[in-house]
Design a protein around this ligand. Sequence first.
Ligand SMILES: Cc1cc2nc3c(=O)[nH]c(=O)nc-3n(C[C@H](O)[C@H](O)[C@H](O)COP(=O)(O)O)c2cc1C
Length: 340
Amino acid sequence: MPDMNLTTRYLGLTLRNPLVASPSPANAELGHLKALEDAGIGAVVLPSLFEEQLLAHRESIDAILAQGEANNPEAQNYHPPLALDGPYGVGPQSYLELIRTAKAALDIPVLASLNGSTPSGWTDYAAQIEQAGADALELNIYYVPIDIEQPGSAIEQRYLDVLADVRRTVKIPVVVKMPPYFSSIGNMAQRFVDAGANGLVIFNRYLQPDIDLLRMQLSSELQLSQPAEMRLSLLWTAVLAGRVKCSLAGSTGVETVDEVIKYLLAGADVVMTTAALLRHGPGYISTLLADLDAWFEARQVGSPDNLRGVMSHSRLRKPDVYERANYIHLIEHYASSHRR
Ligand SMILES: Cc1cc2nc3c(=O)[nH]c(=O)nc-3n(C[C@H](O)[C@H](O)[C@H](O)COP(=O)(O)O)c2cc1C
């Protein structure tokens, strides 16, 4: 455990440090969550419960009730088939149980996650998540707008409607895991906050299919992120920090302490990782914390607050590095250094 005081505020919660384990299948296991806590993590986000699971669960219950089996005592113990248990084998009921057991076993904040794409009845499940004791709720609205008739404004409204549904349902902090594909990211961030988001995860990492040339078919192998992928999140964390009135989580591409420090410098309140933990296991958090401690010590940083946002857009005297001027400068520089 590090000596330095790394205490961090996120969503009004107090974390012992800014490292947060973002959702992954591993976070569905209590042993893994406990190992993360023992290694020093600041907070954990449970894997998502999916809209498709919730709707399928509801339909199956409705079907049973429609058959008049509700009066049958066996129906009271009805459990939905495994197929409804989503990608992690954690169905709606066991998800609530996971929240309760995680809350009972851990001292750190436990965030839950809902994952869907339509503003419909499934969002009322957020109330049960709140009752089960989650400290906050992350909302992953994963929507791929393949309908070419659909204008951008309709897509933006869809996101805001889902958020509004959830916001209406719970009092706990709600975080939107933002996609990086809106035409005006800053304006959307602002509108999420206006609609009641207490925090934004910058960004959700969308998974695109590849083409397998040997088999001549689409493949969707999930590849873990690399640090080079962090730049888009870094840019927008820096642009939004201090300008939108909510917590910010830097997410994507964290592998070493360098990425953690970069996100803090850009202005993130917390820094999330999934890939590093899947690659190296939960104990890796203690390595990241020791490295963070050493980095702070060597530069006499004192606390994360002294670092946070120092490189953000609003704090730089010449923030053009985040703008078009830098794009031209980079191309000029490349061209002149490669001129024969
Ligand atoms: C195997 C796997 C499963 C994931 N499951 C979820 C999930 O259930 N809900 C969610 O919001 N994000 C999920 N994610 C996304 C991660 O939480 C994270 O946002 C993404 O991996 C980018 O962060 P990283 O670069 O630190 O890996 C998953 C990622 C991976 C690799």
